[in-house]
Design a protein around this ligand. Sequence first.
Ligand code: TYM
Length: 332
Amino acid sequence: MPRVFSGIQPTGDPHIGNYFGAMRNYVRLGEEYGKNSIYCVVDLHAITNPAAYDPKTLAQRTFEMAVANFAAGLDPEKVVFFVQSQVPEHQELSWVFTALTPVGELERMTQYKDKAEQLESIPAGLLMYPVLMAADILLYKADTVPVGEDQTQHIELTRALARKFNHAYGETFPEPKAVYARDALRIPGVDGQGKMSKSKGESSTIGILEPLDSIWQKLRVAPTDPARVRRSDPGDPDKCLIGDYHKLFSDLPTIETVYEGCRTAGIGCVDCKKMLMQGITRELTPLQERAEGLRANPDWVRDALATGARQAREIARPVMEEVREKAGFLKL
Ligand code: TYM
């Protein structure tokens, strides 16, 4: 039976990149693999980037990230869903892996380089981030990891660490594979400045829990194909992020209408954006209503997370015991 693991950082409101790139796959794989699909809010990762971490808001953001995932359809009765810091074995395994990881390999990670170059003083935790991520996955001996394309390098390191551990201490871990959402590998930011990313701030993201009028304000000013200077200029919907978003939110007849309309200048950019907004409203309204219901019932959310942590620990403990034994620690 395959085992699925993935994590999501509570560094800000989840956006449509997280949603289509990863969260919807959590739900889909959860339907298929039940309690062998394990997901967590990775709060220990979130404290590694001083630019995004505030101890005053971490707990609230962690709670909100859980709410967002439940609202998106993740059923804690069916899957295992918990908060990373509630299962201390993640940190324990991570430390064992740090002893196997060359610093040079960590310094070559592109996400590390991107974040580190914006900081004056770089916390060691930021460098160790991918080691903790490998521990998250391998602690459950997971072989399937639903993620967006930006995590590919981290999954490669996880595979290398599994091989290294197995070689040094005996066959223990599988070599996990990333699973991508076919149409949502790397969703562009609404500001037109590359990938949609929480760390780039609000102007890049469309939050799945964001008020619809705020989303519309961002779409209204979002860049479109620069070839369409005037309403009568034909455009190329494949070069337009509104075109990309239609593929996520609109039904096939609407996609065909706006793509054709863009190429022939039959539809203007504002109308195209309005049609997109209809799709966004259809997709996000029920999700936002479910989130409201969950916020009104915080005890249910807390209980679900506590149960999830217990279930995760039941799997994690024996694996950690096996690791301790194989790595040669004294057993009393
Ligand atoms: P995080 O919190 O940045 O993002 C959560 C998930 O969303 C995906 N994603 C995107 N997919 C498509 N287009 C985008 N624009 C986009 N932006 C984000 C990410 O690829 C991710 O799957 N390192 C991880 C968290 C993590 C983890 C793990 C993941 C910690 N431990 C173990 C898998 C397994 C991260 O920063 O995700």
